[in-house]
Each structure stands twice: as structure tokens, then as C-alpha cells.
Design a protein around this ligand. Structure first.
Ligand code: AMP
Length: 489
């Protein structure tokens, strides 16, 4: 692990965004609580920008939400409108220059922008804007969106300006935007990353996940639709919707349901916890094996294992569900492991099997995914060291064979264990007695969605966006990055 990251944390994930507009209460505190609720989507930096009707206030810091803000910071963020962001970097460098919300002040006002996702044509847009005199301070794609929008706002009203920018950028984005004290939420035309709208007693919120709305005692209104822009009214009285783009098919990221999102969030009408349980049930149907115990990898495999065990028991299998591995929550991802020996010890620090639940038993170990194979290799070994007679691995997603360009920092092709290995070769590499993954069709069925409405790039190697050097899974129109002024309104 060259960056000293805990091997059990696996690869990295991306960002969480939120925007709040209230009648006459400061937005900073609800934004702060929302960021806590979205912390799982990014731990690198956290930030809030508010507007009090006259001026913008911002506080953006590296680190976890709890460390990034103190009481004085929250107090200083005046105004009833604001946006927030938690970041795990996937594009741009790992320092404060890329921390968000990104802000720009320009002739027609102050802009703030929070972005979850990843553009695949950022360089093209950046080069074109740079040619027109825009100076960039970061290498991130969010600054590109901010500059483009600022430029369009010089010539068009807010909704038209957003439409022009959305017509030029290509890739995955769920955005919360603040123009002076107006808060907006926008989702890319494929709806790749989640974004939803919630109602509070005295205002509205847009957030990556509904768990943030629950935290504010709000009510989930609905998902922001792919290609939709919602504008929260500054008086907190409601929101206006503009369907700016419409595609024949969406490209929701299935991996949000498998791994990223909180199980208690509802995304695109599906409760993530139920989807994971259903994936587990289908895993039993497709490749169930009647062992003494079935056990989740904590915490990622838990809902899958409970669905799997339930389906097993319904079908008459005698398998027992056991939480046979305990996680030490205090081993953070910054845990430093200078030598290989110590890295291996980190597994024992982080996860400890309850010996009596595995000793002499045949065990099915369930996880959501295998990326590099680090976790499964180490856990199979650990269970065998604790006396398990057999360890069978079941995975609630198809093999990950290709990288994600849409904002999930998974790994490169060279690092992905399934990129060039068959399932049998992977089984051998992780020393499991058997190994099965879930089929792609089962994923679409569990999500009650047509396969073509999902982004499955990481398991098919074919993407819903036009990415240099990669195949697409549909007809994709990559925008011609023309002068903004000539864009079709
Ligand atoms: P690996 O050890 O590289 O095979 O990664 C697989 C483990 O990492 C599984 O336990 C997953 O729950 C978890 N995981 C999968 N995708 C990610 C991701 N993008 N970021 C962090 N962890 C992940």
C-alpha cells in the first residue's frame, strides 16, 4: 500500500453533495448534520458555503466533518441558503485546492459548486475555456464546470446557463449549485450518481442520499430525475423543476446499491438495504451451497448474507447465519503499516473471527465485491487459521473487470484481480474452496431495472459515456465543445 491506506478499506470512493434553502433560519447547521450523514461518501475534505443575501461565507477543510468544523466555523456561516460537500478525490490532486464546494465570484454574482461524479471531457472544456482567458487554480473537473457556468451566466439566465453547461460537459455528475442565495440541484442526463429532494418543516434540501434528509427529520420527496434541474425557492416554500435533457436510457450506477450508498438510503425508488438482501437471495438461488455457517464480511457483506441465509433456510438448507467476525471500529484508514508483515497483522487488528463459530465448520463467507482480492485472500486465510474446515466465498456482484471512470476510484485494470483471471483462477488465488459471483441479470432484476438503464461499465468493460480508448454500451452523443454562446437553448 504505497499510500499507507488500510488494505481492508480497499479502493476509494467519491463524494457526497447537499444543498439547503430555508425560510429564515441559518442553513449551516442542517448542512453540517447532512455532511455527517454523507461522511461514508468521502473522508478527504469537507466544506460548506452559505449566502446571507448579501455575501457568501465559506469554510472548507481537509479531514472528516467532525474535525473540519468547530462551533465558531458553523456560527460564521450566516445565511438561510447553502451547499456542502464531502470529498474523496477521484479527479484532481489530494490537497485543499480541490476541496469543495468550489467558489467563484464574477460579474454576475457569486457561485458555489459541489460535485459528485467524474467528467470524461473535462480537459476539452478546460482547454477551450483557457483559450478564452480563464485561469484555473486546480486540476479538478469541478472547477471546469464552475468556470463554464460563470461564463454562461454572463449571457443567459440561471436555467439557460445551466442548460448550456450541461450541454457541454460529458460524464457523471450530481451537482448542488449556489448562485448568490439560490440553491440548485442538477443530475446528469444519464442519472449516474444519486441525488434526491427532501422537504423540511421550513424549507427544502437536495442531497446525494435520502439518509441525509432523514437526519434532518425531513421527508423524501423524490429523486432528482436524470437531466433535471431543480431550483429551490429562496423563501423555503418549494422548488421549481426543469427537465433540461432526456435520454432513451438512464445509466444509474449499480455499484451505489452494491457498495457505496448507505443501506438506509432510498435511491431511484429502491431501499438500498432491501436491494442488498435481494442480491443475497439471488446469490443463494444461483450458487447456494449448504455449509454449516454463512457469515458476512463486516460491514459490507452483512445485508447480502442475511438475504442469502434467509433464502437458504426457506429452501430447506440447514445453514446457520452467524456474525462470526468482529470488526474493530477504531482501526482507521490512516493506520500506518510500514512492512508487509505489519500490513498482514492489520487484518488481525481490524477483524477477529469468533473461533468457536468457525472451528471445524464449513463456512460460506459473503461479501459485496472483490476488487484487488486483498480482503478475500486475507479473510479466507484467517478463517482457515482459526480452524474452518472449508471456506466458500460468495460475492453479491459480478466480477469487476474494468475501471470506473464515473467517480468511483476502484483500481486500474492491472490491479483488478478479475481483469485477466477466470473465476477458477481467482478462487485459486484467494485459496477458497469454492467461489461464485452474482450474474449481471440478477443485479438488474434485484434493482427491478432494465440492464440498459444501469451503468455496468466496471463489470462489462462497456460504458454509457464516450470515454477515450473504451467501448460504449449504447449510442452515445459526445457533445461538441463549441463556444457556449452558440449552444442551443
Ligand atoms: P479488495 O480487497 O481490493 O478486493 O476490495 C474488496 C473490498 O473492498 C470489499 O470488502 C468491498 O466491500 C470493499 N470495496 C469495494 N469497492 C470499494 C471501493 N470503491 N472503495 C472502498 N472499498 C471498496
Amino acid at each position: 500500500m504505497p499510500d499507507g491506506r488500510d488494505p481492508l478499506e480497499g479502493p476509494t470512493e467519491k463524494c457526497g453533495v447537499v444543498g439547503v434553502s430555508l425560510a429564515d433560519r441559518d442553513a449551516a447547521r442542517p448542512l453540517y448534520y447532512s455532511l455527517y450523514a454523507l461522511q461514508h461518501r468521502g473522508q478527504e475534505s469537507a466544506g460548506i458555503v452559505t449566502h446571507d443575501g448579501f455575501q457568501q461565507h465559506d469554510h472548507v477543510e481537509m479531514g472528516l466533518v467532525g474535525d473540519a468544523f468547530d462551533e465558531d466555523d458553523i456560527e460564521s456561516l450566516r445565511g438561510s441558503a447553502g451547499i456542502g460537500h464531502v470529498r474523496y478525490p477521484t479527479a484532481g490532486s489530494v490537497d485543499k485546492s480541490c476541496a469543495q464546494p468550489f467558489t467563484v465570484s464574477f460579474k454576475s454574482g457569486a457561485l458555489g459548486l459541489s460535485h459528485n461524479g467524474n467528467l470524461v471531457n473535462a480537459e476539452e472544456v478546460r482547454d477551450q475555456l483557457a483559450g478564452k482567458g480563464h485561469a484555473f487554480t486546480s486540476d479538478g473537473d469541478t472547477e471546469v464546470i464552475a468556470h463554464d457556468l460563470a461564463r454562461n451566466l454572463l449571457e443567459a439566465d440561471l436555467v439557460r446557463a445551466v442548460k448550456r453547461t450541461m450541454g457541454r460537459i460529458h460524464g457523471s455528475y450530481s451537482l448542488t449549485i449556489m448562485h448568490d442565495d439560490t440553491v440548485l440541484g442538477a443530475r446528469d442526463p444519464e442519472g449516474n450518481r444519486p441525488l434526491c429532494i427532501g422537504k423540511l418543516d421550513d424549507g427544502y434540501v437536495v442531497a446525494s442520499e435520502s439518509a441525509a434528509i432523514d437526519t434532518l427529520d425531513g421527508e423524501l420527496v423524490r429523486d432528482v430525475k436524470p437531466g433535471e434541474l431543480v431550483v429551490l425557492r429562496p423563501d423555503g416554500e418549494g422548488f421549481d423543476s426543469y427537465q433540461l435533457f432526456e435520454r432513451e436510457n438512464t445509466a444509474h450506477c449499480f455499484f451505489e446499491h452494491v457498495y457505496f450508498a448507505r443501506p438506509d438510503s432510498v435511491i431511484d425508488d429502491n431501499l438500498v438495504y432491501e436491494v442488498r438482501r435481494e442480491l443475497g437471495r439471488k446469490l443463494w438461488d444461483e450458487s447456494g451451497i449448504d455449509t454449516d455457517v454463512v457469515m458476512p464480511v463486516p460491514d459490507s457483506g452483512r445485508a447480502f448474507a442475511s438475504g442469502y441465509a434467509e433464502a437458504a433456510q426457506e429452501s430447506g438448507a440447514t445453514v446457520e447465519f452467524a456474525e462470526g467476525m468482529m470488526k474493530n471500529r477504531y482501526v482507521g484508514r490512516t493506520f500506518i503499516m510500514p512492512t508487509q508483515d505489519e500490513r498482514e497483522r492489520a487484518v488481525r487488528l481490524k477483524l477477529n473471527p469468533i473461533k468457536s463459530t468457525v472451528e471445524g465448520k464449513t463456512v460460506t463467507l459473503i461479501d459485496d465485491s472483490i476488487v484487488r482480492g486483498t480482503t478475500s485472500t486475507q479473510l479466507v486465510q484467517l478463517l482457515k487459521d482459526c480452524g474452518a474446515a472449508e471456506v466458500h466465498m460468495r460475492i453479491g456482484a459480478p466480477p469487476i473487470v474494468a475501471p470506473c471512470y464515473m467517480g468511483i476510484n476502484m483500481a486500474t485494470r492491472e490491479e483488478l484481480i478479475a481483469a485477466d483471471k477466470s473465476v477458477e483462477e481467482i478462487r485459486e488465488a484467494i485459496s477458497a474452496d469454492s467461489l461464485s459471483y452474482l450474474s449481471k441479470d440478477a443485479v438488474a432484476e434485484a434493482l427491478d431495472t432494465d440492464r440498459l438503464d444501469l451503468c455496468m461499465g466496471c463489470v462489462t468493460g462497456e460504458y454509457p459515456y464516450d470515454i477515450d480508448g473504451e467501448e460504449t454500451d449504447r449510442e452515445v452523443e459526445r457533445p461538441v465543445v463549441a463556444d457556449a454562446a452558440s449552444a442551443d437553448d
